[in-house]
Structure formats: C-alpha cells, structure tokens
Design a protein around this ligand. Structure first.
Ligand SMILES: [Zn+2]
Length: 346
C-alpha cells in the first residue's frame, strides 16, 4: 500500500513543471518541506513491517532524491530563461544607425546644376532609350559617322536601316535631350541636360560602358563665343576654386562649329607640371562650341536670326579631378569603404 503511494508520488515528481520561480517554490514546499508529502510518508514508515522497512526506506530515499533533483532542474531552467529575457534591455542606448551618404557623382552633378542654375540654365530631360533621329540625325551626325556603328553604340533595334526613327539605341550622349527640347520650344532658351549615357567601351580604370554627362545649350539672338567662354570660366572657378585658369583648344564635334576642348589649370601643381597633369600644367574637363547652323535648322530654328553655344562634360571626369579618384570603376562597385569617404563632402 505504502509502496504504491511512493510509486505514484515518484511518477508525479518526474512530471513536475513550473512557469516561474514562485511555482517552483510551491512545488518545493509541497514535496520537500517539513510538512510536505515526503515527510508525511515517514509517519507511515513507522508502521511498515520490519522485513519490508529496508525496501520501503530505499524507495522513499529515491523519491526524495528525485524530488530534489527535479526542483534543482526547474530552478536552473528558470535561471537560464531569466538571463535570456534580462539580456533584452529596452532602456539601453540603441546601436547607432549609420546614415547613408550621397554618391560622389550625385554630389558633383548637383553642384554643376547649382552653378549653371545661378546663370539662368533650367533643367531639361529626355529618354535614355532613344532613336537615331534625336541622338544623331538632328545633331548633324553624318550618315557614316562611327557613333552610328553597332560596334560603338548599343543599338536595341535596327529594323529599317533607311528610317532613322526605326533605329532604337541607348543614348550615347545627353544631346538627344536637346533635340527633344528644341522640337517643342522656341528660342531664347538656356537648358542643362544631366543624365546617364552609354558607350560600347571595354571597362577599365579610364573607360566604362556607362557614365554621366551634363550638357548645356543656350540659343538666342547674338550669342557669341565670348559668352560661352565667360560662362565656362565662371563654372571652372566656382567648381575648382577662384584661381583656376582655363584654355580652349580647337577640336571637332558634329553638332558645333567652331568646336573646342576646354582645359583647366592643374590644381595639384598650380600649373607647373606634375604626373597628374602629365607635366603640361593643364587637365581637360569638357567639350564645347557654337551650335552648328545645321542643328538649329533641323530643329526649325532660323540660323540667320539665332545663334547658340553648347557644352558637355562627363560627371565622372569632373569628380575624378575634384576628389582625385583614379579609377572610375569605383563609382559603380558599391564599395561602402569608398563611398563612406564622401560622407562629409558638401
Ligand atoms: Zn599638375
């Protein structure tokens, strides 16, 4: 009878569980305290026949030991759970959330826009996927110009070689924006076209299959090359510092005549010559010129009444010069070590 009772308690003890420290204490009191179930067994133990005392005694000890172990086990589990929940300290200062920074190309593009905005230029936009008509034909590109070659430009569609509107391509310059703008606007206008452009180039430290341009166009009566030069000098000094000098070298572009490349004085050596400027004291930053009359006529603008100038620069080029970045692949690799360098810029 007593053995059965001990057996039942043993099973009960083995299945004990508790939600918290208080419940564990209740279990301890129920089984192991002076007035607990196990001590109560001792009263019955006295009445056990002498020949059974040994077996019953062992069983009671087993029960007591099991109860002790079980209670300790519950206490340990509870302590572990407590540590885990205490670990989440809601009052502790949060880890600092790192703020992103503007991409260096965006910083420089915005600065270019800001400088020309102060001189009256307004933004004009156009599609990145455009047709031959707007990217080449209206801009006076000869029919056999190499830019119209599949090897030079990313053509998406060339369904009819004789119809330029059927030739779809990734624009190779933002000048296409100017073609679109001139279709719907009459002079005078002064526009700035920033955007991404594409060229079929092998990717290297100095060339990429895509880059960014900002092009400007001003058309009005009596616009002269002098105006162009003054605007570009102002830009160079705003961008690279008030001591910056510029020089223009004759060049060729299909859409301007005359055309020029503009250099600025090397701000590393101050014009004396160093490895950065290839010992010339000058670094090239943009192309420019007077709008070719053919371009104005193609847009329905009377070239006898109106003249204009245009210029275009690579944002990567300006950024390289401003921040001395030697490899333009860095701009598109999303390396945060590199991008973090510009956190405090501007
Ligand atoms: Zn230099």
């Amino acid at each position: 009878m007593l053995l059965e009772k001990i057996e039942a308690l043993l099973q009960e003890v083995n299945n004990l569980h508790a939600q918290n420290a208080e419940e564990i204490e209740q279990l301890r009191l129920k089984y192991l305290s002076k007035k607990g179930e196990i001590n109560a067994l001792m009263a019955d133990f006295r009445n056990v026949a002498a020949d059974q005392k040994k077996a019953v005694g062992i069983k009671i000890n087993e029960l007591k030991q099991t109860a002790l172990n079980k209670i300790n086990e519950l206490r340990e589990a509870q302590a572990e759970a407590d540590v885990t929940s205490e670990d989440i300290d809601l009052t502790r200062t949060a880890y600092p959330i790192s703020l992103g920074s503007r991409h260096p190309l965006t910083l420089v593009k915005n600065q270019i826009i800001e400088i020309f905005s102060r001189m009256g230029f307004v933004l004009a936009d156009g599609p990145e996927i455009d047709d031959d008509l707007h990217v080449f034909t209206k801009l006076n590109f000869a029919a056999d110009h190499p830019a119209r070659d599949m090897q030079d430009t990313f053509f998406i569609e060339q369904s009819n070689p004789n119809d330029v509107t059927k030739n779809v391509l990734l624009r190779s310059h933002t000048s296409g924006d100017q073609s679109h703008f001139m279709e719907t606007h009459k002079p005078p206008f002064r526009i700035l076209c920033p955007g991404r452009v594409y060229r079929n180039e092998a990717i290297s430290a100095r060339a990429h299959c895509f880059f960014h341009q900002v092009e400007g166009l001003y058309v009005d009566k009596n616009v002269s090359f002098e105006d162009l030069k003054q605007v570009l000098l102002t830009f160079a000094r705003e961008m690279f510092g008030p001591e910056t000098k510029i020089r223009l070298r004759p060049s060729y572009f299909p859409f301007t005549e005359p055309s020029a490349e503009m250099d600025i004085s090397c701000d590393i050596c101050g014009g004396k010559g160093c490895s950065f400027c290839k010992h010339t004291g000058w670094v090239e930053i943009l192309g420019c010129g007077m709008v070719d009359p053919n371009v104005l006529e193609a847009a329905g603008i009377d070239s006898k009444v109106y003249t204009g100038y245009a210029f275009g620069m690579g944002v990567e080029r300006i950024t390289n010069l401003k921040y001395k970045v030697s490899d333009l692949r860095l701009f598109s690799e999303n390396d945060t070590e590199f991008l973090n360098e510009f956190e405090s810029a501007n």
